[in-house]
Ligand binder design. Structure first.
Ligand SMILES: NC(=O)c1ccc[n+]([C@@H]2O[C@H](COP(=O)([O-])OP(=O)(O)OC[C@H]3O[C@@H](n4cnc5c(N)ncnc54)[C@H](OP(=O)(O)O)[C@@H]3O)[C@@H](O)[C@H]2O)c1
Length: 177
């Protein structure tokens, strides 16, 4: 069972503006229309687990970007909008219980997304792989990628890529024991 994070963060560690905006990501020059490795990453994923705030943002996009089942963590929603009813469903519970429940359903490679959600999973030491693409912008404020942890977590650096002469993509694996 492997839980992955794949996220873009500003130089100062934010994944969105304070209002949840991610327009700064599409402001990057991308003349070749690269997906920066997203499809390759998704090919190893069974299901996406995202926080409700991230779902709200993704649902506002013109195109639903996932071809894998999406599980939306929420205590405030009982169901997803009809437009994505066959593609997404609501779940709730502690991260460990969510992972166990999805494993019983045959989903063992999970893509964990959303700031608060990633932080909750890290607090329970449930993240195995971190892929963080640093975008060379200082937002000054926003929704942070990382938060407080009760215990430090070590990761091994596996690979670094420089993309489009703008982005630095770092691959980390959790080191336990
Ligand atoms: N830069 C990037 O690559 C990137 C990637 C992902 C997201 N984002 C951005 O980050 C922002 C969202 O991050 P965020 O930190 O605000 O929040 P988030 O993690 O997306 O969502 C938090 C919400 O998820 C629900 N939740 C989380 N854990 C839960 C659990 N165990 N059980 C039940 N519900 C749970 C709660 O929703 P309820 O209030 O409904 O209970 C909580 O308020 C968006 O603006 C998004 O666009 C950026």
């Amino acid at each position: 069972m492997t839980n992955h994070v794949y996220v873009a963060a500003s130089l100062d560690g934010f994944i969105a503006t304070r209002e949840g905006g991610v327009d700064w990501l599409s402001e990057l020059p991308n003349p070749d229309g690269s997906d920066y490795g997203f499809s390759a990453f998704m090919s190893g994923i069974d299901a996406v687990v995202m926080g409700r705030n991230t779902f709200d943002q993704v649902f506002s996009f013109d195109v639903w970007p996932y071809d894998r089942p999406v599980f939306v963590l929420s205590t405030s929603l009982d169901c997803v909008p009809e437009a994505v009813a066959r593609k997404a469903e609501i779940m709730r519970g502690e991260p460990k219980a969510v992972v166990e429940q999805l494993a019983r359903r045959g989903y063992s490679n999970l893509y964990i997304d959303g700031g608060k959600t990633i932080q909750n999973f890290l607090e329970e030491d449930l993240i195995d792989e971190l892929i963080i693409t640093r975008v060379p912008i200082l937002l000054g404020d926003g929704i942070p990628l990382f938060g407080k942890l009760t215990t430090s977590l070590w990761f091994a650096s596996r690979k670094t890529e420089r993309l489009n002469e703008m982005l630095v993509k770092n691959y980390y694996s959790r080191v336990r024991g």
